[in-house]
Design a protein around this ligand. Sequence first.
Ligand SMILES: [Zn+2]
Length: 339
Amino acid sequence: METSSNLTMQLYRAWQQAIADNKLINDFQAVEDDPDGRWAKGDEIAFGIQRLGDQYAYYAQNHTQGRAIQSAVEEKTVDETGFICQFNGYRALRPGGQRKALGRQPAIPANAERCRFSCQDPTQSLSLLVRTPLIQVQLQHFTWSAFYNAAPIDPNGHFLWIPTPLGDPQGVLRHFPQYLTPRLLEDALVLFQTFHQTMLFFNSLHAGASVNHIHFQALYHGSVLAAEKYAFKDFGRYSLLDGYPAKVLAFSKENSWEKIFDWVHQFQKNSIPFNLMLLGDRIILIPRNGDHEIVSEFPGNGLAALGMSGKIVTIDPEAYAKVTRERIEKAFQKMTLDW
Ligand SMILES: [Zn+2]
């Protein structure tokens, strides 16, 4: 159980070890045809992260067709304001990652039997019950276990952080829905403050969450995101990011969890979806319009905390080709709330 300040180092060391042990290459079955013909529905695909020299890179192989899959991940800077767009064809392969319709998505069942982490069913290959945590840390309210994300957005590190009540036995996972409580937020802030060069985020249902089991995600923070480049504008009871193309509440990293939870509570009470991003010197809270969970500018998958902070990951090659600042602004206007 790790509690010291070198948590970050241990986390990435465990990530790199998992890559060395080939744990970050997993088998999937394609749920639909690839628009570029690299896989057909039903093909057996292995994909994940491999080490190439001193770099970590994506690896993908179509076992059914017996060939390597090329350039299923590309990334570009959209403009000088720092917006980044990543095309990630692999994301569509993960459980629950298939192309979705525009607008509000069907509710994700809250019952444990349907949990996409298969938290009660060790017979499923990606069940969290059969995966060994990369690292565990005991905080004030929960034990937090880090797992590698099975469809990483960044080859340098993309983690699921799963809280379990203190004192629960190892190897048991109680199913809690994707819903924030004061104690979860308080611990999450401490966890984030312990990290170095790592962002931490939470996506509510209808705001990017694809699993209805309590989880945060952490991601290697290699380059400055757009949402870090805008100054705070103080409106008394709250601050916004001045000039940012979405109305996002901004808090300094040192802000108390109580102040942030006041807003989270309001959103949850009123069924307003939201993203919470802990990033560099700031914490950003983004209330979302659930009727525009997926928008025409980025069809197929929803934008979540990372996208709303300036790094848009799309599974749609055309959206990737066409992305501009204007399209991002238009998408953000639909996806966020104006007040
Ligand atoms: Zn569960």
